[in-house]
Design a protein around this ligand. Sequence first.
Ligand code: UFG
Length: 330
Amino acid sequence: MNVLVIGGAGYIGSHVVYELNDAGHRVTILDNFSTGLRENADARATLVEGDMQEIPLLDRLLSGNGDNGSGSGDKFDSVFHFAALKAPGESMEKPGIYTRHNLIATMELIDAMVRHDVRNLVFSSSAATYGNPEYLPIDEDHPQKPINYYGYTKLVIEQTLAWYSRLKNLRYAALRYFNAAGYDVKGRITGKEQNPANLLPIVMEVAGGKRDKMQVFGNDYPTRDGTCIRDYIHVNDLATAHVRAMTYLRDQDRDLNLNLATGTGYTVLEVIREAEKISGKPVSHEITGRRHGDPAELVAASNRAFDHIGWKAVHSDLTQLVESMWNVYK
Ligand code: UFG
């Protein structure tokens, strides 16, 4: 298939681009390199440098009129959209930039796709759409009540997609990631995220000596060691799910809302200990107060992904996750 990957040089997007190319698809990356890295863009893809918020650029890319920058000029069969902001804490401080990047730009993309009759979208949604868990593991029928603006933006786009599906026959897969982590197990992607806010890259920066120490946000949660439990999912597993979801949209002509998770959670201290074991370095940390908006435990069931696209995580045990990251950070 001929596919457009917006944000294809970013952390998750770059892994999906490799997976798409490995599977023989024709890939065009659109990236403005605001956070994406050139070195992570698969050289087999056609690269268009630009901003998805420029609607004339989107129109040109999606038109399939022979001059769309994708090399062939053929119309795209599917679009993947990774070009969004993703820090829940920041979204509470600066909702305006999340409005522009995550809501307005994505709605314009959806409308441009319909305008040009490009009808399949694989969308990066999030566990953050659920908010505080009412039961565990979280399944796709769990109420969606986000507790931060970031999660709200992802939920609004899911709802917009459902409307466009009904009104305009757009087909979409909303993939609700839990805690994405890890690096390409084949070692092809080595550019590190700059100024990471997530646990695993921070742990890696301490182990690798880039930071002196890190903070553990709270050890008084009702969990086995008092620190928060999260369901970490390897980015290669995420990538496989994206390619399968794309094929499902084409073959089944039906929409998908899927959790991508393992069903197993690890505490913050378990992650730190595993990193110390694999790196052989100490990960110096101090316990500080809770971070606002952190639920004690987030783990999810992915049975629906198995039933619909035959997917389950195969690289996401803690050892593989940390090893694949340490290979990049050491
Ligand atoms: N943590 C620390 N110290 C740090 C960073 C994180 O103790 O320096 C803790 C957090 O308090 C939390 C856990 O590590 O308990 C994981 O935190 P992350 O920031 O890595 O991830 P979150 O669970 O907060 O959020 C991530 C993504 C969201 C996504 C969510 C879905 O950043 O975009 O997973 O589960 F919505």
